[in-house]
Design a protein around this ligand. Structure first.
Ligand SMILES: [Zn+2]
Length: 437
């Protein structure tokens, strides 16, 4: 009954005093206030960085819009060029067909001329064999009178002229067909040149389009990177806000502790006065209540120093360069189910949340002998304490997991002397400070 009250009161002061290491009061508060100022300074820097990221995103968006506009223009040009190529290809085919047709016609005309020539030759040979011109003469001589003679003579002349006219006409036809063919062949060459030019233009346009595709992909990639960077900045700002809240809580607890200590000192002084008075009255009894106020011993895995082991398992990776960068923490792996994660020391939870990189993560502010530390426990399957909670050394805060940017179930544990920040400039090797499995 009385004991439970005592334990409660002791536990209260225990948390407070171990968070602040019981160091001299006013100095400790002003140091905490100084930390608050640092956080505010860092926060305004982050806001300005986030602003810059937003401006970069806007500029990239504008550039992307320009590129897309260019792409539209190129797409239209490609469509137009393709249409022209189709037209010219059709024209080319048409011209080729026309040339073939003309060649066929020229061939037929030539054959006809050859046949006609043969016929005229036959007729001339016939005239010679049968006395040729003589029979023409016979025709003329057989005329009854002069008028008949004229008629007959002109008939003979007409027949001979007709033969010549036919020949001349055929020659003219052949010449005109050949001229047409020559004209078409010039046209064919010109269409072929145009087609070649169009194909070249098409290639250039496609190359431009591919170039714009690449440019857009680069711009989008840059935007993704800046978005990611912005998210990191926002995450950092959130953690800073959490640190600020945790330190605010610490200031309040320190003020309470100072008030309680003053009251206790006053009560002790009064008790001493009363005890002295009682001793004067009777010298009999000897007290045996000294062991009563001893706190219950911690559960087996909890070490006796300021820090205790953050998890049980195999130490798989140390605070060292790794995979081309630096590993700012240590890894502890354990294949068993429901492996508990413990608070490494007494403290206040800065932030308990899910991060895309850290997975389920808990940031805790600790004060050990006047020095502020921040621990980070990452990749947990589950978080058992919330932002702002006061935790004790060895208290279970989560369950080991494989969340966020992690391959395989393990605890990633970081120790920072002072506050956590995005560049992890305060990270120190926990080995030698925090007990390890
Ligand atoms: Zn790690």
């Amino acid at each position: 009954m009385n004991k439970s009250f005592v334990t409660f009161a002791v536990a209260g002061t225990f948390i407070v005093s171990s968070i602040f290491g019981g160091i001299a009061e006013a100095a400790s508060i002003s140091s905490l206030q100084k930390q608050q100022q640092d956080i505010q300074q860092k926060n305004s820097e982050l806001s300005s960085d986030i602003n810059t990221a937003d401006q970069q995103i806007n500029s990239l968006n504008a550039q992307q819009a320009d590129v897309k506009e260019e792409m539209t223009r190129i797409d239209l040009s490609i469509g137009e060029t393709h249409k022209k190529i189709r037209e010219k290809t059709a024209k080319l085919e048409e011209t080729k067909v026309e040339i073939t047709r003309l060649q066929e016609e020229i061939k037929v005309t030539k054959e006809r001329i050859d046949k006609r020539n043969e016929l005229l030759k036959d007729r001339a040979r016939n005239y010679q064999k049968t006395g040729g011109m003589v029979s023409y003469l016979d025709v003329l001589m057989g005329s009854k009178n002069f008028s008949d003679f004229i008629d007959r003579a002109s008939a003979v002349a007409t027949i001979m002229q007709a033969d010549q006219d036919i020949l001349a006409q055929h020659e003219a036809d052949k010449k005109s067909l050949e001229e047409n063919q020559a004209k078409l062949e010039v046209e064919l060459a010109s269409v072929q040149t145009m087609l070649a030019d169009l194909e070249k233009m098409n290639q250039q346009l496609n190359a431009q389009r591919a170039e714009k595709d690449r440019l857009l992909a680069t711009l989008e990639e840059q935007e993704d990177e800046i978005h990611e960077h912005k998210m990191e900045l926002q995450e950092e700002a959130q953690i800073l806000a959490g640190q600020s809240a945790a330190i605010q809580k610490a200031i309040e607890l320190e003020q309470q502790r100072q008030a309680a200590a003053a009251a206790e000192a006053k009560a002790a002084a009064e008790a001493a006065t009363a005890a002295a008075a009682a001793a004067n009255n009777n010298n009999a009894g000897s007290g045996s209540g000294g062991g009563e106020s001893t706190p219950t011993p911690p559960s087996p895995p909890v070490s006796s120093g300021a820090f205790t082991m953050p998890a049980n398992g195999t130490f798989t990776s140390g605070f060292a360069p790794r995979w081309g960068s630096f590993h700012y923490g240590i890894d502890i792996a354990n294949r068993a189910a429901n492996v508990p994660i413990w608070a490494a020391a007494d403290g206040v939870v800065i932030q308990s949340y899910y991060s895309s990189s850290y997975g389920n993560v808990i940031f805790i502010a600790h004060s050990v002998n006047g020095q502020t530390y921040t621990t980070v426990s990452a990749h947990m399957e589950a978080r058992l304490v919330s932002s702002g909670a006061v935790v004790k050394k060895g208290q279970q805060i989560g369950i080991m997991g494989n969340t966020g940017d992690s391959t395989g179930k393990h605890l990633h544990f970081e120790l920072h002397r002072g506050q956590w920040n995005g560049s992890k400039s305060n990270a120190i090797n926990p080995v030698g400070i925090v007990p390890m499995p």
